[in-house]
Design a protein around this ligand. Structure first.
Ligand code: SME
Length: 313
């Protein structure tokens, strides 16, 4: 079995194991145990954000350091930089905290809840180079499940700065990230996408709790902030990178979205509209400069001006 296949079969088990239990600490304990046992890791556990530091949470493996400061070690770095950190060789990571001399490589995944990092999932291996993009993808998906079910959807709504600010304010949204979707080149930079030749759309990845906000509601809100009849132009922004679209990762969502699209077309009295409805073929996160851009630069231009305060079903 490949690592991808192992994670794929583990994901529904994780969802089943955590379903219905509202206590995140209990869920962290069971997720750590399941991952540790099934994936054969050396150390698997959580550090929780408590005031200004990380405090040891449920784990499996040898005893570990109890407190880690913001920005320190791999864990504190993942928290500070708000991203997953993969370390192929811990000796090469400046400031790595060696709880155990046996650890050779490590991955630390932030746990997002209501747009904040509330913990990190830290996994250590006794071998070098154990962790890669596959671990990152699945562990990021699993980590947030400690707070309840989570689903993913990708919205291209023109300029992604406003789209992120818009979606992160919706009750039930746990995590957002801007990036480039459904283009032809790998790992495009903003500059490359800006030339309008790579085929990517500016897009926001939305991870949400379907028990709090439905895909229907999110899509309805999406249509409130775009002009669905405008091809490759939203507000002052023009180009294929500013096209609109909804990109999904499963057929159930495809069917539901197709229904919503039909209703929107009927309401507009049109047979066609230039809003894409497609499976997500790729998504590359944009660099940190573009994440939460309008929070950092409130004067930045975007066609989206209306922000939901507490939208949910
Ligand atoms: N190595 C981590 C500390 C935690 S232990 O690996 C369990 C770090 O550098 O943050």
């Amino acid at each position: 079995m490949t690592k991808e296949e192992k994670y794929k079969s583990l994901l529904p088990q994780v969802q089943g194991l955590l379903a219905g239990e509202p206590d995140s600490l209990a869920n962290m304990a069971n997720l750590a145990a399941l991952l540790h046992q099934e994936m054969g890791f050396w150390w698997t556990g959580f550090y929780r954000v408590e005031d200004e530091e990380l405090v040891l949470g449920p784990f499996q493996g040898p005893i570990a350091c109890t407190r880690i400061a913001y920005g320190r070690g791999v864990c504190g770095t993942a928290w500070k930089e708000k991203r997953t950190v993969v370390v192929p060789d811990v000796e090469q990571f400046p400031g790595h905290i060696a709880c155990s001399a046996a650890s050779r490589s490590e991955i630390v995944v932030p746990v997002w809840h209501k747009n904040k990092i509330t913990a990190v999932l830290d996994i250590d291996s006794k071998e070098h180079g154990t962790f890669d993009e596959t671990d990152k993808k699945y562990l990021e998906k699993m980590a947030g499940l400690v707070y309840g079910p989570q689903k993913d959807i990708w919205f291209a709504a023109g300029c992604f700065w406003g789209a992120q600010k818009f979606f992160k304010r919706i009750d039930g949204v746990d995590f957002t990230e801007v990036g480039f979707a459904n283009g032809q080149t790998e790992n495009p930079t903003y500059k490359e996408v800006y030339t309008d030749t790579t085929g990517h759309a500016e897009c926001v990845h939305v991870r949400y709790n379907p028990d709090i906000v439905s895909l229907n509601k999110l899509t309805e809100l999406f249509f409130k902030v775009i002009d669905p009849l405008s091809l490759n132009k939203q507000g002052e922004d023009e180009g294929t990178r500013y096209r609109t679209g909804v990109y999904y990762d499963n057929q159930k969502d495809a069917a539901l979205l197709s229904e919503v699209f039909s209703q929107v077309k009927d309401a507009l009295g049109v047979k066609e509209m230039p809003v894409e409805l497609l499976p997500l073929s790729c998504f590359y996160p944009a660099d940190e400069y573009h994440q939460d851009y309008l929070d950092k630069n409130p004067g930045g231009y975007c066609h989206i001006h209306w922000w939901p305060s507490n939208e949910s079903d």
